[in-house]
Design a protein around this ligand. Structure first.
Ligand SMILES: [Zn+2]
Ligand SMILES: [Zn+2]
Length: 410
């Protein structure tokens, strides 16, 4: 691996690759993002953790999840119930979103990683390796087991005064899955799966052809006409294509969607035949009236503060990049990183509506139905996540160091 050159995926600073002894990570000195990490026995650890996650995943889907006891009646639910309830109540868009982010994507991610890791550990290269790797990388930001778990906890607290909530074995398996999944991702060293790949450092004399693969992190010199990564076959570009225009379009769409998301009810609580629609804000106020301050804060931050803050940060970044601003590029990169990481937590509201609708369906006594506001809100969350993804943080640095001449830092 001597002489290998890599580029920071957030600011394009070039570095000589230095192997790390033991476990650790190397960070970019310019913008602070992680350049690469080294995990000892990464393949073995990955296989063990993903197999554990797979077993827990099966348990979480087979056993009862949450049960609701009210007036002698017990309503039992499985993990799938949240998405299913949405579908039965005529909201297939939310059903699909909940199903994939809480069950479908984590499952594909676990299976995909095992598909890559097991043959590689045995010294074989799995067929269509690049395709599977790209698939796993693409769905990772959308595997939201931890956000789903927060939704479950909030539902349990919220329902306490209405009925008795009983946690089933599936809930414990889900907690285990959350831990195993997080550990598996933290112990994954992406370079470990590409060890068989014969690496050649690119020729630095053609700077306009130098590209960093956004999916697998390979720094390469693209051949004319063949702009795909030689390692994972993802399309590569010097900068994300039409980053500014696309991000602006998505930011505008999300801003428009915020209005109906807040005006229309996200759910309706029907008690003894009486409907009581609640919007995001009235839901928060209701929690405050009930003395549940902590919960009110979580819902308020996740469903109002985060989406608005995210859009404001993206607008600020877009304007600063378009003006060629030199102002604090490192801090602006940190702001970008925040919008990328916190965005998914807004999904907690959608999970909450799904779980509550599935749990509280005791016909005459009490029913919770999703409202159209939830669909608009889901739109806001999904569109802002795409907006953050389409923004290219390297544009911040292009403005900050205009005559960058591919210097290589040690
Ligand atoms: Zn950097
Ligand atoms: Zn690649």
């Amino acid at each position: 691996m001597k002489g290998k050159i890599i580029a920071c995926h957030e600011c394009d600073q070039l570095y000589h690759y230095e192997p790390i002894a033991g476990s650790g990570k190397a960070s970019c000195t310019q913008c602070g993002s992680e350049l690469y990490r080294h995990v000892q026995n990464s393949l073995d650890r990955g296989i063990a953790l993903y197999l554990t996650a797979l077993m827990l995943f099966i348990l979480a889907n087979v056993y009862p999840f949450l049960s609701l006891e009210l007036g002698g009646r017990v309503e039992e639910n499985i993990l799938l119930s949240g998405g299913l309830a949405m579908y039965q109540m005529g909201m297939p868009d939310l059903a699909i979103l909940i199903f994939f982010t809480s069950i479908g994507f984590p499952f594909i991610s676990i299976i995909g990683m095992l598909y890559l890791l097991i043959p590689l550990r045995l010294g074989m290269v799995p067929p269509a390796m690049g395709l599977v790797f790209r698939l796993v990388e693409a769905i990772n930001p959308w595997s939201l087991v931890s956000v789903f778990m927060l939704g479950v906890l909030i539902s349990i607290v919220k329902l306490q005064d209405l009925a008795n909530v009983i946690a089933g074995p599936s809930l414990y398996a889900l907690v285990g899955l959350l831990v195993a999944f997080a550990a598996a991702r933290a112990n994954f060293d992406p370079e470990a799966i590409w060890e068989h790949f014969d690496y050649q450092s690119p020729d630095l004399s053609e700077p306009e052809r130098l590209m960093n693969c956004h999916t697998c992190g390979m720094f390469t010199c693209a051949k004319p006409g063949l702009e795909e990564c030689p390692r994972c076959e993802a399309p590569i570009h010097r900068r994300k294509v039409d980053s500014i225009t696309r991000t602006w379009a998505l930011v505008m769409t999300a801003t428009i969607l915020i209005i109906p998301a807040n005006l229309y009810p996200v759910m309706t609580v029907i008690r003894f035949g009486q409907g009581e629609p609640s919007t995001i804000m009235s839901g928060v106020l209701h929690l405050i009236e009930g003395g549940m301050w902590g919960l009110a804060m979580i819902v308020f931050v996740a469903s109002i503060v985060i989406p608005v803050m995210k859009l404001m940060i993206l607008v600020f970044l877009l304007v600063s990049v378009q003006n060629g601003s030199k102002w604090r590029p490192k801090d602006r990169t940190v702001l970008y990183r925040i919008t990328e990481t916190v965005g998914a937590w807004s999904m907690v509201d959608i999970f909450l509506v799904g779980i509550l609708s599935a749990l509280v369906s005791l016909d005459v006594l009490s029913t919770i139905r999703p409202g159209i506001g939830a669909s608009f809100f889901a739109g806001v969350v999904v569109v802002t996540m795409f907006a953050a993804h389409s923004f290219d943080p390297r544009l911040i640095w292009d403005g900050a160091n205009p005559q960058d001449d591919n210097r290589v830092s040690e």
